[in-house]
Design a protein around this ligand. Structure first.
Ligand SMILES: Nc1ncnc2c1ncn2[C@@H]1O[C@H](COP(=O)(O)OP(=O)(O)OP(=O)(O)O)[C@@H](O)[C@H]1O
Ligand SMILES: [Mg+2]
Length: 361
């Protein structure tokens, strides 16, 4: 009995040692060396290492609740896999960021890679489709095998609706890609999911169907900023801009930009920053051109520059904003559907039951 126990422990120790040797070997190798075959090598060019991403959570203004969720669901399991290896706590295999355009979903995904210390593969439809028959499957196989080698890694599917959206997609190629992708996704073991995360982003979540949504059990709404959050974003965007007039009112600007997304605010700041440049150039042309060797100094940016620039940069059209809120309510993190399911509102449950019966008829 005792001998049997010793042999088993010894075997376990040897296999752990082997795993560690393998891991240390892969740690010392660069992704270029780890990529085998022409298909894996394709993904080397779309790989960004954590120290190369260049964006941190501090560069993303507001969205504190999203950062908190990402910290719990992604950063912690990647940094402390030991805490998530048994019991109820398991890292999630898929996560979806959804919301109106320009609200910072792509920016957040990049910042997440830095914060989690993970490699980042930006997967697009173009990188998964090939003009040659049968190559799509090989590309997806290569994506997952390469991801395992360079883990921890975030596989980022930007505009995931275009890549894996089920509704209205009927071409043979897109169906093959979808099915193949889902098969490999399911094949991620719990060991892998400590270190491999599929992160999707979209502003059309309603184009995703149930099979894809089931694989992304956590769906986080990245909403348009309110005045308080616009103020936070403006402070991030203008933080390097020391040339602001003294007493510049961020509050006033935040209140004057209702409906603006983070991206709209960025564009507004750029447009405002041009105004002192334009004025200087006009001055110089009046005076017969710039004096050789002279140093030009730009005047500080005023609130008025931003207000004037609103005529050029308005809030983006938000045709889907209502639809998105509704979708969030039904499928998003903390949406009312989830609350209802576990509620004890008997009348409501009866109503849901009746509705279901009516639909069945
Ligand atoms: N919260 C934010 N803080 C700072 N900058 C932001 C924020 N949101 C957006 N931006 C600015 O807007 C740019 C575009 O944002 P991003 O590409 O992340 O939007 P998105 O939500 O992915 O949009 P889309 O749905 O169209 O892909 C960013 O590069 C950044 O300059
Ligand atoms: Mg984006």
């Amino acid at each position: 009995m005792c001998v049997l126990y010793c042999v088993r422990s010894l075997k376990l120790a040897i296999s752990r040692l082997k795993e560690e040797v393998m891991e240390s070997k892969t740690r010392t190798k660069s992704p270029e060396d780890l990529a085998e075959g022409k298909y894996e090598r394709i993904f080397v060019s779309s790989l960004v290492r954590p120290d190369e991403v260049g964006v941190k959570f501090d560069n993303v203004g507001a969205l504190d609740h999203v950062k908190k969720v990402l910290n719990e669901l992604v950063i912690l399991p990647m940094k402390r896999p030991d805490l998530f290896s048994s019991g109820l706590l398991r890292p999630c295999k898929g996560l979806l960021l959804f919301g109106p355009p320009g609200t910072g979903k792509t920016l957040l995904a990049k910042a997440l890679a830095t914060e989690a210390g993970a490699n980042f593969i930006n997967v697009t439809s173009a990188s998964l489709t090939s003009k040659w028959y049968g190559e799509d499957e090989k590309l997806i196989t290569a994506l997952f095998s390469f991801a395992r080698k360079i883990s921890p890694v975030i596989i980022f599917l930007d505009e995931v609706d275009g890549l894996l959206g089920g509704r209205g997609k009927s071409s043979e190629t897109s169906r093959t890609i979808r099915n193949e992708f889902m098969m490999f996704w399911d094949g991620l073991t719990s060991n892998d999911s400590h270190r491999i995360l599929i992160l999707g982003a979209t502003n059309r979540p309603f184009d995703l169907d149930e099979p894809i949504l089931r694989r992304m059990p956590r769906r986080v709404y990245v909403d348009l900023p309110n005045a308080e959050n616009r103020l936070k974003i403006l402070k991030v965007l203008l933080t390097d801009q020391e040339n602001l007039e003294s007493g510049f009112s961020f509050e006033q600007l935040a209140h004057a930009t209702d409906g603006y997304s983070g991206s709209d605010l960025k564009n507004l700041c750029v447009a405002a920053a041009y105004r002192p440049v334009e004025e200087l150039l006009q001055e110089e042309s009046k005076e017969g051109g710039r004096v050789d060797g002279g140093v030009s100094t730009l005047r500080p940016l005023k609130l008025d520059d931003f207000i004037h620039s609103k005529a050029k940069v308005g809030p983006s059209v938000l045709e889907n904003s209502f639809k998105l809120r509704e979708w969030n309510d039904q499928y998003g993190e903390g949406g009312s559907r989830r609350k209802r399911r576990f509620g004890f509102d008997l009348n409501l449950n009866k109503q849901m039951f009746d509705d279901e019966r009516a639909r069945e008829k």
